[in-house]
Design a protein around this ligand. Structure first.
Ligand SMILES: Cc1ncc(COP(=O)(O)O)c(C=O)c1O
Length: 455
């Protein structure tokens, strides 16, 4: 089959009729050139950041079908992933680049982690650790993860069969959902939620049930959690410290969650990638609560812990039976990843505890600095005891919804932030909330504060 690609870029505010017109132009052009082979037309419809691939049947073109289909479906993409063809992070990062704005949107720091870890990665490459590592991850890293879990979270894992190294926390989350859910099962998560939970739940053919976290302290109603459980509930996904809100779940909240999991025989999947980015309280792992070790998969990664988001070294820790199930899915996703980086992160986990404490102190100052600037600009800044995100309620500053506000922000003052509405099923609930990221160099944050003054 011969596929020829043609693409057209439509401006930021292009509408569906404009996109349709653009497709007609391409189709007319190919008719004029006598094309009869099957073609794939690509139109980038940037208003909703959709990539539209429309197949044209061999020997004929059907404009009307193209126009009616493209506003509702992303061609070729299965129905489970229709809502996940693009991400707000890519859109906003592209906007930051295009406008020369400071990117306080996407969650990656602008400085690398410790030199000693970088040197260890270079050394590992030079020492020939460049082929597939073992399926579970190298033994040095598994031992370092287990020791780290014991030291910081009071959790006991046997590196032999209770630790699985993954391609970032993201792969661990995907593997859990793919391995543990049957089609039609339900997965409970707190809203707002990190987008990968929804996408991976959809990939697994499961359905999500959300429980609201409500500002200003992002608390939840235990009765709502209880009501979210049905006969089909299989998993509960918990993220603490929590993206996007910065909430750190308290011990009493974890007890409520543990109680629900145990009474309804649910497996808990906990995403703790921000476990070391905690400023005003303490991180507790759900698995450390009585009765939870055997039903919890504890996930974390080196990305935020050591500021090496591009290395994608993550891990899942759980009972042998759970790890064995998760590995069954993981081995057919990436099989293995990042051999030299695994050696480097093992060294980091063993030797860099001081760095973790210092990094949290520096981030606390940066959080407070950005919060001061946001308050001075008129925003209501919500408390953020963890992660590297601050949430503002923008309703005192503008009548615009968060998405409109964030789209206009680069033009207004050269900054990029993320509309928190993207973390909600209930878009209205996040309508006035905007997420700002503060893990940036001091000079960049100072510059951001100056720019905020011109809002
Ligand atoms: C809550 C949460 N989980 C997981 C990840 C991804 O982690 P990793 O890069 O290790 O896959 C992120 C990244 O932003 C995150 O915010």
């Amino acid at each position: 089959m011969f596929l020829r690609h043609s693409s057209i870029y439509l401006g930021a505010d292009s509408t569906v009729p404009e996109a349709c017109h653009a497709l007609r132009v391409i189709v007319a052009g190919s008719r004029a050139s006598g094309a009869t082979t099957e073609r794939v037309w690509t139109a980038r419809y940037s208003r909703v950041q959709r990539s539209l691939l429309y197949p044209v049947a061999p020997g004929g073109f059907s404009e009307s079908v193209a126009c009616s289909d493209m506003s509702t479906r992303v061609p070729y993409l299965n129905s489970r992933l229709q809502n996940y063809s693009g991400t707000i992070f890519a859109e906003m990062s592209a906007l930051a680049l295009a406008t020369g704005s400071i990117n306080l949107g996407q969650g990656f720091p602008d400085v690398d982690g410790p030199e000693v870890i970088k040197s260890a990665a270079i050394r590992a490459i030079e020492n020939g650790h460049n082929q597939y590592p073992p399926g579970n991850g190298i033994v040095e890293l598994r031992a370092a993860i287990a020791a780290h879990q014991k030291r910081f979270n009071g959790l006991d894992f046997d590196p032999h069969d209770e630790v699985l190294v993954t391609a970032g926390a993201t792969e661990a989350i995907a593997a859990c959902l793919l391995a543990l859910c049957e089609f039609g099962d339900e997965v409970i998560m707190f809203e707002p939620f990190y987008d990968a939970y929804a996408a991976c739940t959809a990939m697994a053919g499961a359905n999500r049930r959300v429980v609201a976290l409500r500002p200003p302290h992002w608390t939840f109603e235990p009765a709502e959690l209880e009501n979210a459980v049905s006969e089909r509930t299989r998993l509960l996904v918990l993220n603490t410290p929590h993206n996007p809100t910065g909430k750190v779940f308290s011990l009493s909240e974890l007890q409520v969650i543990a109680d629900v999991c145990q009474r309804h025989d649910l497996i808990a999947v906990t995403d703790e990638v921000y476990e070391h980015l905690v400023y005003d309280s303490e991180h507790r792992s759900l698995a450390s609560l009585p009765g939870m070790a055997e039903r919890t998969i504890t996930i974390s990664s080196a990305a935020k812990t050591f500021s090496f988001t591009g290395w994608k070294i993550g891990w899942a820790c759980a009972s042998p039976a759970l790890i064995s199930a998760v590995r069954a899915a993981k081995q057919f996703l990436t099989y293995v990843n990042g051999a030299p980086f695994q050696y480097a992160i093992a060294q980091g986990l063993n030797e860099c505890d001081d760095y973790l404490i210092e990094a949290a102190n520096v981030l606390r100052e940066k959080r407070d600095l950005l919060a001061t600037g946001l308050v001075a600009a008129g925003f209501n800044v919500l408390a953020s005891p963890g992660t590297f995100f601050l949430t503002t309620d923008i309703s005192a500053v503008t009548d615009d919804d968060a998405y409109t506000f964030c789209r206009a922000l680069p033009g207004r003052c050269g900054l990029v932030a993320i509309p928190s509405s993207v973390f909600y099923d209930d878009r209205d609930a996040g309508r006035h909330l905007v997420r700002w990221m503060f893990s940036k160099r001091r000079g960049v944050l100072d510059d951001a504060l100056v720019r905020l003054q011109s809002l």
